[in-house]
Write a protein that binds this ligand. Structure first.
Ligand SMILES: [Zn+2]
Length: 146
């Protein structure tokens, strides 16, 4: 017998049931509340999990569904369409020793008013690390303006 997926609305849960093919679309009582649960069509499943929020798997394994992926906890704040387990943030890059020295050198140039961006604008010592982090051009040179 094939395995089908059913959704119980009161429980907001999904469970699987082995059914004969001819009975697949007949509602099945939910294993937790015994109310009739209807079959989830395989083609509607992805859209379904998005639309109805966070269905859970019955029997409950304590996991949730978010953005179509199983996750261990719900996120109730933060950016929509983001989840720390679904969109893992890149670990912060630790600057290398040489890079730190380079930054220090650039700051010293900035103090001596000898550091500009690609437009020839003056860069102040406090702007150096932000500019470098943003990947903007920072080079030695006398400011033309600013
Ligand atoms: Zn139920």
């Amino acid at each position: 017998m094939p395995l089908y997926e059913y959704f119980c609305e009161p429980c907001n849960g999904i469970f699987e049931e082995l059914r004969p093919i001819r009975e697949a679309t007949v509602p099945v009582p939910c294993p937790e509340c015994f109310k009739d649960a209807s079959r989830i069509m395989p083609t509607s499943f992805a859209a379904f999990t998005f639309r109805d929020g966070y269905p859970r798997r019955i029997p409950d394994d304590g996991k949730f569904y978010h953005l179509g992926k199983k996750v261990s906890r719900l996120v109730t704040s933060g950016q929509p369409n983001e989840h720390p387990e679904v969109n893992k943030p890149e670990p912060a890059r630790v600057p290398l020793k040489g890079e730190k020295q380079e930054l220090q050198d650039m700051r010293e140039l900035a103090i001596k008013d000898d550091l500009v961006d690609n437009m020839g604008n003056r860069i102040s010592p406090t702007e150096v690390s932000t500019m470098v982090k943003q990947g903007r051009i920072v080079k030695q040179g006398k400011p033309e303006r600013g």
